[in-house]
Design a protein around this ligand. Sequence first.
Ligand SMILES: [Zn+2]
Length: 300
Amino acid sequence: MLIKKQDELKELLILKALDARWQLDEKTRNRLFRLESGLEGEADFLAALEKSEWNALFFADLKLKIHFSSVQIDAMAISRKTIHLFEVKNFTGEYYYSNGHLFMKNEVEVKNPLHQVQNIEIAVRQQLKSWGFDYQIIPWVVFVNPEFVLTQSIRTDPIIFPNQIEKKLKELGVHSFVSREDRELAQRFMALHDSKLSFIEIPPYSKAALKKGLTCRSCNQIGMTVKDKTCFCPWCGMRESMYCTLLEASRDFSLLHPGQKLTVAAVSDFCGKKVSKQAIRTALMKEYQLVKNGRASYYV
Ligand SMILES: [Zn+2]
């Protein structure tokens, strides 16, 4: 049973909106790619958990503050007085272990997910102790991408490879049940969850120099054209209702101009004056509330 789904990742939304309208440096582009692929991997694993017959309470993307440090758990399951912690990785390509360190094939070292999940385990154990719950904790690292290859791993390492996910969840599901105490603990975790603990790193950009126009939801390129009430992407051929495109643009405007009021004139300028103000007004009315103040009216 799914108790908590993934949060919308604000950093990812901002970076995507920025990517279409600003030249991101390579480091930030890599970060955007990692965020997107990490989120996809977690979503895939969550789908597998939900599809399984494991009778457990599932959580995705839990953010907790434990003893003054922030702990982020990709996925967690509570069942039969046991907590399973999952560090989910969407790596592709060849990797190898050497003396407890993880390397890509080109010998570049990456953070060892086994260490990451062990640190989470320590924090969760402390939290359980302070709540007075005596639970077993089992940490796992799950590699979800079928194009991932790991050589020289130790057989006893708690790693689940892409082709083992279904089988492993089946094993965990045998004789599984959720007790009243499990539900009580789940409530404690939900009360501790704080979505604001996300780490957000946005590069500096000039608001005035952002490219103006309509962004395609499919390929994230700017320059959609409008005909009647439909937007067309000249880059990937995607077509979408003008109102959907306008609402996305309004959200992107707010993300990239924090603190600035959402007005018809501001969205019109942000969209490169590609659509009529009346169309923008109609779109904003669908999703937002109008705060009337004469010519200075805005939407919230
Ligand atoms: Zn497109």
